[in-house]
Design a protein around this ligand. Structure first.
Ligand code: PLP
Ligand code: TYF
Length: 400
């Protein structure tokens, strides 16, 4: 009976926003969830999104069901954004693309594909990783284990640990990689390190599985942020890639993303696509149309596409500014001699501060700075005006 059901724990990231809402302190700051805010700390709807929606309204488009695999114009646009329109995998029609329910739903669909067609295969995930990865694979009944990634001593990448854990995994495992702007650490492999990761994955006949949630948002360039995926594709490997438009187009609530499976031939891609549809059908039947149309319109109109790139650079630029200002404030205020340069080296939305659980709790309880207990702060939720306050909070919590 329902009365035997126990209370589920809150989501460790989304639960932070609930606690933030309940706080009435005037200096309170929500650095929990990774969602872009303006300098006034307000949510931001991109101008290109408003323009695309206006076009859509004027056209009087209907609300008929989409095909199971989603909007054709979206699927074409999203694969081309990821690989580049002239990539061999596109020209040879080797990519099976299906629209998904944003990044999360696309990862979930890929997990269902793994569970059905690679029973018993493991997914290797980075330690640490985005908290929802474990939930997704657990619920899809896909076994997973972790590979070393973050080295607290250097506040950098544990590259040797990563390579040896990927080598030690059973041949033919899936290796989940963050395409750019690793969440939560903000630490990415260098281009040379990506090559070595690809070498080991090839040697071991593993299948790379990219999670691309920040294309264009990390560096400001869509192409640069896809370079890791393209490097693997250029080697002729089979790949899985989940995409999300939550951050780079600010379409969080539209739930728009895709799963791409790079196959060895167009024949294989067709078969894989048919199976993705078969998996999607009993889960949600077909995906929502609104976000897909927005993406297709923005990418398909050269003015809107250029304006999107400008807005993305603006968002990425604002985050880089507060990153710099936070670093300057930390360096100026902290007399302990601690090296804060890791803040500058990390990329994307987040900074992994190295604050432990108790110190993170001090940030919230004493300073009203809301953040996840792993020490991650979302710089997208920080304004220049609040950098000094945040630096005071971090220094106090560190030396506490
Ligand atoms: N993967 C990573 C690494 C993320 O940080 C996120 C959140 O933005 C997602 C996937 C998926 O988010 P969404 O389901 O909103 O696309
Ligand atoms: O890491 C983050 O903050 C974003 C947002 O269940 C998010 O990825 C957080 C939790 C979640 C879905 C999205």
């Amino acid at each position: 009976r329902f009365n035997d059901i126990t209370m589920a724990p809150p989501d460790p990231i989304l639960g932070v926003s609930e606690a933030f809402k309940a706080d009435t302190h005037e200096m309170k700051l929500n650095l929990g969830v990774g969602a872009y805010r303006t300098e006034d700390l307000q949510p931001y709807v991109l101008n290109v999104v408003k323009k695309a929606e206006k076009l859509m309204l004027e056209r009087g488009e209907n609300k008929e069901y989409l095909p199971i695999e989603g909007l054709a114009a979206f699927n074409k646009a999203t694969a081309e954004l990821l690989f580049g329109a002239n990539n061999a995998v596109i020209l040879q029609q080797r990519v099976a693309t299906a629209q998904g329910l944003s990044g999360t739903g696309s990862l979930r669909l890929a997990a269902a594909l793994i569970e059905r067609y690679f029973p018993g295969s493991k997914v290797l995930i980075s330690s640490p990783t985005w908290g929802n990865h474990k939930n997704i694979f657990n619920d899809a009944r896909v076994p997973w284990s972790e590979y070393r990634y973050y080295d607290p001593k250097t506040v950098g990448l544990d590259f040797d640990g990563m390579i040896s854990d990927i080598k030690a995994a059973p041949d033919g495992s899936f290796v989940l990689l963050h395409g750019c702007a690793h969440n939560p650490t903000g630490i990415d492999p260098t281009p040379g390190q990506w090559e070595k990761i690809a070498d080991v994955i090839q040697e071991k006949k593993h299948i790379p599985f990219f999670d691309v949630a920040y294309q264009g948002f990390a560096s400001g360039s869509l192409d640069a942020d896809a370079s890791s995926v393209r490097l693997f594709a250029a080697r002729g490997m089979e790949l899985l890639i989940a995409q999300s438009y939550s951050k780079n187009l600010g379409l969080y609530a539209e739930r728009i993303g895709a799963i791409n499976v790079v196959c060895s031939s167009s024949d294989v891609a067709e078969r894989v696509k048919s199976q993705l549809k078969r998996l999607a059908r009993p889960m949600y039947s077909n995906p929502p149309v609104h976000g897909a149309r927005i993406v297709a319109n923005v990418v398909g109109n050269s003015d809107l596409f250029d304006e999107w790139k400008e807005e993305m650079q603006m968002m990425a630029g604002r985050i880089k500014n507060v990153r710099k200002k936070l670093y300057d404030s930390l360096s100026a205020k902290d007399s302990s001699g601690k090296d804060w340069s890791f803040v500058l080296k990390q990329i994307g939305m987040f900074s992994f501060t190295g604050l432990n659980k108790a110190q993170s709790e001090n940030m919230t309880n004493k300073w009203h700075v809301y953040m996840t207990k792993d020490g991650r702060i979302s710089l997208a939720g920080l304004s220049s005006a609040k950098c000094e306050y945040l630096a005071d909070a971090i220094i106090d919590s560190y030396h506490n």
